[in-house]
Design a protein around this ligand. Structure first.
Ligand code: VGL
Length: 206
């Protein structure tokens, strides 16, 4: 079975939410995510669902990315993707959340800021249930896209590969926070055996 995975494709990571964590072009990936889902039997999504009381929050973008001495939140970030806010919603053009076969809320613990969708913490101790759900449904291949390529998408793809899935990363279905981060992320994913493809057309041909 093949599953398509929309990782954190939320408004908070697009220019629609300029005060949160806007990623250039983040609101342009819905068509590619929908196209890759056409190649899969199952479609799942993750959503960051942070608390306003999160310990890793800083007030401004200028103070962001400072290392934080919490074992499960390595960097600071401005408030984003708080459950119930506009930024929490999926980007325009995607199905309603209830239309997905499986949905995971991540980043729910106030002292933790995980990137991957498979675990609630940075040390991969607390499963979110994604891996178990995919295995239960006999999924062997996962098609991945979402936001942002150099943080949550990369980490999720690496976690899935480590769990034994064949992982395709659809580059056209992702946008990155930084270009240098994207290059490094792609190298890391390639080294882990993840197959990077240009777009869903290339995915269909492979
Ligand atoms: C993300 C930074 C902070 C992501 C989430 O989804 O890639 N990046 N929080």
């Amino acid at each position: 079975m093949i599953a398509a995975f929309d990782v954190d494709a939320q408004r908070t990571f697009t220019p629609l939410c300029p005060n949160e964590l806007p990623v250039a072009g983040g609101d342009e990936i819905a068509a590619e995510l929908n196209a890759q889902a056409q190649l899969a039997q199952l479609r799942i999504a993750s959503k960051d669902a942070h608390s306003p009381a999160a310990k890793w929050v800083v007030a401004s973008h200028a103070n962001m990315l400072q290392p934080l001495d919490y074992p499960d939140a390595d960097l600071t970030w401005v408030r984003h993707a708080e459950a119930g806010t506009a930024g929490f919603e999926l980007i325009p053009g995607l199905p309603e959340a209830s239309a997905y076969d499986f949905l995971v809320y991540k980043g729910v613990e106030t002292a933790m800021h995980p990137y991957g969708a498979c675990y609630h913490d940075l040390a991969n101790r607390i499963s979110t249930g994604v891996i178990e759900w995919l295995k239960y449904h006999d999924v062997d291949t996962v098609l991945v896209g979402g936001l942002a390529l150099d943080f949550c998408v990369k980490t999720t793809a690496l976690q899935l590969a480590a769990a034994g899935f064949k992982v395709y990363l659809n580059l056209a279905a992702c946008r990155a926070i930084s270009e240098t981060g994207a290059v490094a992320a792609c190298d890391e994913m390639r080294q882990a055996g993840i197959l990077l493809v240009k777009d869903s057309q290339a995915l269909a041909a492979s």
